[in-house]
Design a protein around this ligand. Structure first.
Ligand SMILES: Nc1nc2c(ncn2[C@@H]2O[C@H](COP(=O)(O)OP(=O)(O)OP(=O)(O)O)[C@@H](O)[C@H]2O)c(=O)[nH]1
Ligand SMILES: O=C([O-])CC(=O)C(=O)O
Ligand SMILES: [Mn+2]
Length: 685
C-alpha cells in the first residue's frame, strides 16, 4: 500500500521489492552467467595493449581483425562486435560486463535495483502502475548543444552550424576522459534496432553504457536485446555507441543518485566512421544514443550518401470522414508541438489522427511508385511533460497511465506525478518539486516551477490508444504532405503552402523559432534560425544538406508524386501575449485544409496566392464550433501576410545564409531573390 512518508524520504520501498519475482529475476542469473563468460578470459592489461588505442581500434571497426576467436558464451558470434566490446572493456575498465537480452526480467531487475538505491521512485501502483520518477542532477536536464561535436575529417564538412574539433585531437581527449571511466560500475551492452527489426529501412546500433537508467529508457525507446543480435547475424554493420556518466567509483565511494560529470561533458560524433561517444551526461538527448545522436546526426550522413532522408519529424495518419487515409510528416523544432500534433484528438467531426511517430522520421523513395515512404525508427515517446493535459493531449495522458518513466516532474503526496499545465490548479497537500523541495499551498509561488520546463516522460508507442495500425510497418507509409513550423509570436501566418518543391526547401531552410527549454542556455524565447528543425541534429554541412533536399526531384521517375510542402504557426500571439489560435485538437482544421488542397489543387475558393505562397481564404477553413474563439478579426490577423515584416524576414534569412558560403545552393539564393521580388512587387516597390 502507499505510504506518502516514504516518498519524502526519497527512498520509497518499491512494491516490486516485496515481490519474490525480483529475487528470482532471470536478469540476475543471466548477469552472473555473462559476467563469468565475459570478464574471466579478459585480462585487462593484455587486452589494452593488444590495441594501441581502443578508440582507433573502433575507428577502423569495419576492418578490425579479431585477434582472439569469439568467446563461446557471448550471445553473438559477430566477431567484430565481440572484438569491439572487448576493446571498450579494456578502455573503460568496468567491474562487470552485462549483455542486455531485452527481457522483462532484466528490465524489472534493473528497475528494482535503482528503486532500492533511491534513483527511481515507484509511483502509486494503483494510480500509475509500473511507473517511476527520477530526478536528475539539476545541471543535467537538457541537451547540451555547446558540448555536442561533429568531428569530420575536414572542418568544412561539419559546416558552420556544428561544433568541430579535429578528430585526432578529439580522440586523444576522449581516451583521457573514457580511460577507466566505468571503474566500480557495470558496463551494459545494448544491441538496439532503430526501426522494426528486420525492416529494410531499419539500422542497428550497439551502445555500451554504465547507466542502468539509460538501459531501461533504451528498452522503451528502441528495440533492444537478443532479437537484435540475431538480426545482426555474424557480420552485418552496426553503429558503435559509447556512453559513460563519467564518474568512476573507487572502492568505498558512495555513488551519487544521479552521477554525471558536467565540466567534462561531451557528445561526440565521427560521421565518416559512424561512431558516437557521449561522456558525462545521463539526460535523454545526450545519453539515449539511438535517438538524436544516431537516428539524426549519424543517420543524416548515411541518408545523404544513400539518397534518403533522416529528419526531426513526426509522422501521422489522417483519416477523412470519407475513410480516405493520408500520411503527413512534420518538422518543428524541439518543444514546438510534434508530440501534440502526432497524438492529436481532432475536434473536427469525422476526422481522425493516428500516430506513427512523434519525433524522428526516416524516409526513402520507392522507385516503383515514386512515393516517399517513412518509418518511425523509435519505439517509444520521450515527450515534454509540461503542458500535457487531458484537454490538450488526452492520448498522451492515456499512454502514460502505466509503465512510464518520468524525469524531473513533481510528485504529489498521493504518489502521483504533476506538472504545470496538467491541471489548472496545483495538487492539494504537499508536493515535491523536481529538485526535491517540498511545497504546499501556503508557500505561494515558491519552489516554482514544480516540474522542470524540460521534464519528460518515456513511454512505449504500443500503449498509445491513437497508435496507427501501420506504426511499425517495416515498409513504412507513403507521405503526402510535409509540414514545417516554428514558434512565432508575430509575422508568420497560421498556414501557407509552398509554390513548388524548391520554394518548399527555402521554407524549410528558413524555419526560425523562439528558443525553448529543450536545449540549455539563457536565451529562452529568443528567435533563432533552425533550418528544417535540424539545426542541432544535422551531422554534416547544412549547406550540403539543403542541396540534398533540392536533389529529391531528380531521384524519382515521377516528381509530381513528391509530397506537397506546407508551413504552420500555432503560436501567434495577440497584444496581450495570449495565443490567438486555439491549437491542439483544433489544428485538425488546418490539416483538413491541406488535404483539400491536395485533393482539389485547381479549386480557387481554397486559397489566395500571396508572395510567400498559398494562404487559405478565410471561408476555406472549417471553423465550425470555434467561431467564438476566433471572431473579431482574429482569423484575418492569423492569415495576414504583411509584406514589410516579410521583407525584414528575407533580410534576416539572407544574412543567416551567408555563413554557408559557397556551400549554399545557388537555387536557394534564386528562390530568396524571387520571394523578395514578389514581396516588393506586392508593395509597389
Ligand atoms: N499554444 C499551443 N501550444 C502547443 C501546441 N502544441 C503543443 N504545444 C505546447 O508546446 C510544448 C511542446 O510540445 P511537444 O508536442 O511536446 O513538442 P515536440 O516538438 O514534440 O518537442 P521535442 O520532444 O522536444 O522534440 C508543450 O508544452 C505543448 O503543450 C499548440 O497547438 N498550441
Ligand atoms: O533529444 C531530446 O532531448 C528531446 C527531444 O526530442 C528534442 O530535444 O528534440
Ligand atoms: Mn525532438
Amino acid at each position: 500500500m502507499w505510504h506518502s512518508t516514504s516518498f519524502f524520504a526519497g527512498k520509497g520501498r518499491s512494491p516490486l521489492l516485496d515481490s519474490p519475482k525480483i529475487f528470482r529475476s532471470p536478469f540476475l542469473v543471466s548477469q552472473a552467467r555473462m559476467l563469468g563468460a565475459i570478464s574471466k578470459p579478459l585480462a585487462r592489461q593484455t587486452l589494452f595493449s593488444s590495441h594501441s588505442s581502443p578508440l582507433s581500434a573502433s575507428a577502423t571497426i569495419q576492418q578490425a581483425q579479431s585477434e582472439e576467436p569469439p568467446l563461446m558464451d557471448t550471445p553473438t558470434n559477430h566477431a567484430k562486435l565481440v572484438d569491439w566490446v572487448r576493446a571498450q572493456q579494456a578502455l573503460l575498465e568496468p567491474d562487470n560486463v552485462h549483455w542486455c537480452d531485452g527481457s522483462q526480467g532484466e528490465y524489472d531487475g534493473l528497475v528494482a535495483d535503482m528503486v532500492e538505491r533511491g534513483v527511481m521512485l515507484p509511483l502509486d501502483s494503483n494510480l500509475r502502475p509500473g511507473s517511476f520518477l527520477t530526478r536528475t542532477d539539476p545541471a543535467d536536464v537538457a541537451r547540451s548543444e555547446s558540448s555536442t561535436f561533429i568531428c569530420s575529417r575536414d572542418q568544412i564538412d561539419a559546416g558552420p552550424t556544428n561544433n568541430w574539433v579535429d578528430p585526432k585531437e578529439m580522440r586523444t581527449e576522449l581516451v583521457k576522459s573514457f580511460r577507466g571511466a566505468m571503474r566500480g560500475r557495470t558496463m551494459y551492452v545494448i544491441p538496439f534496432s532503430m526501426g522494426p527489426i528486420g525492416s529494410p529501412l531499419a539500422r542497428i546500433g550497439v551502445q555500451v553504457t554504465d547507466s542502468p537508467f539509460v538501459v531501461v529508457n533504451m528498452r522503451i525507446m528502441t528495440r533492444i536485446g537478443q532479437s537484435v543480435l540475431d538480426a545482426l547475424g555474424n557480420d552485418k554493420k552496426f553503429v558503435p555507441c559509447v556512453h559513460s556518466v563519467g564518474k568512476p567509483l573507487e572502492s568505498g565511494d558512495k555513488d551519487a543518485l544521479w552521477p554525471c560529470n558536467i565540466p567534462q561533458r561531451k557528445v561526440v560524433h565521427f560521421p565518416e566512421s559512424r561512431e558516437i561517444w557521449s561522456f558525462g551526461s545521463g539526460y535523454g538527448g545526450n545519453s539515449l544514443l539511438g535517438k538524436k545522436c544516431f537516428a539524426l546526426r549519424i543517420a543524416s550522413v548515411m541518408a545523404r550518401d544513400e539518397g534518403s532522408l533522416a529528419e526531426h519529424m513526426l509522422i501521422l495518419g489522417l483519416t477523412a470522414p470519407s475513410g480516405k487515409k493520408s500520411y503527413i510528416a512534420a518538422a518543428f523544432p524541439s518543444a514546438c508541438g510534434k508530440t501534440n500534433l502526432a497524438m492529436m484528438q481532432a475536434t473536427l467531426p469525422g476526422w481522425k489522427v493516428q500516430v506513427i511517430g512523434d519525433d524522428i522520421a526516416w524516409l526513402r523513395f520507392n522507385p516503383q511508385d515514386s512515393r516517399l515512404y517513412a518509418i518511425n525508427p523509435e519505439a517509444g515517446f520521450f515527450g515534454v511533460a509540461p503542458g500535457t493535459s487531458a484537454k490538450t493531449n488526452p492520448n498522451a495522458m492515456e499512454t502514460i497511465r502505466k509503465n512510464t518513466l518520468f524525469t524531473n516532474v513533481a510528485l504529489t503526496d498521493k504518489g502521483d506525478i504533476w506538472w504545470e499545465g496538467m491541471t489548472k490548479a496545483r495538487p492539494e497537500g504537499k508536493v515535491v518539486n523536481w529538485k526535491g523541495e517540498i511545497w504546499d499551498a501556503s508557500m505561494g509561488d515558491q519552489c516554482t516551477p514544480l516540474a522542470h520546463p524540460n521534464s519528460r516522460f518515456t513511454t512505449p508507442v504500443d500503449q498509445c490508444p491513437a497508435k496507427d495500425p501501420a506504426w511499425d510497418d517495416p515498409n513504412g507509409v507513403p507521405i503526402s504532405a510535409i509540414i514545417f513550423g516554428g514558434r512565432r509570436e508575430t509575422t508568420v501566418p497560421l498556414v501557407f503552402q509552398a509554390k513548388d518543391w524548391n520554394h518548399g526547401v527555402l521554407i524549410g531552410a528558413s524555419v526560425a523559432s523562439e528558443k525553448t527549454a529543450a536545449a540549455e542556455g539563457n536565451d529562452l524565447g529568443q528567435l533563432r534560425f533552425d533550418p528544417f528543425a535540424m539545426l542541432p541534429f544535422v551531422g554534416y554541412n547544412m549547406g550540403d544538406y539543403f542541396n540534398h533536399w533540392l536533389s529529391m526531384p531528380n531521384r524519382v521517375k515521377d516528381p509530381s508524386k513528391l509530397p506537397k510542402i506546407f508551413h504552420v504557426n500555432w503560436f501567434r500571439k495577440d497584444a496581450n501575449g495570449s495565443f490567438m489560435w486555439p491549437g491542439f485538437g483544433d489544428n485538425s482544421r488546418v490539416l483538413k485544409w491541406m488535404i483539400d488542397r491536395l485533393d482539389h489543387p485547381e479549386d480557387q475558393s481554397l486559397y489566395t496566392s500571396t508572395p510567400i505562397g498559398y494562404v487559405p481564404k478565410i471561408g476555406s477553413l472549417d471553423l465550425r464550433g470555434i467561431e467564438k474563439n476566433v471572431q473579431g478579426g482574429v482569423m484575418e490577423k492569423l492569415l495576414e501576410v504583411n509584406a514589410q515584416s516579410y521583407l525584414s524576414e528575407v533580410n534576416k534569412a539572407r544574412d543567416y545564409f551567408k555563413r554557408f558560403g559557397d556551400r549554399f545552393p545557388a537555387k536557394l539564393t534564386k528562390e530568396l531573390d524571387d520571394l523578395e521580388n514578389r514581396l516588393r512587387n506586392s508593395q509597389g516597390i
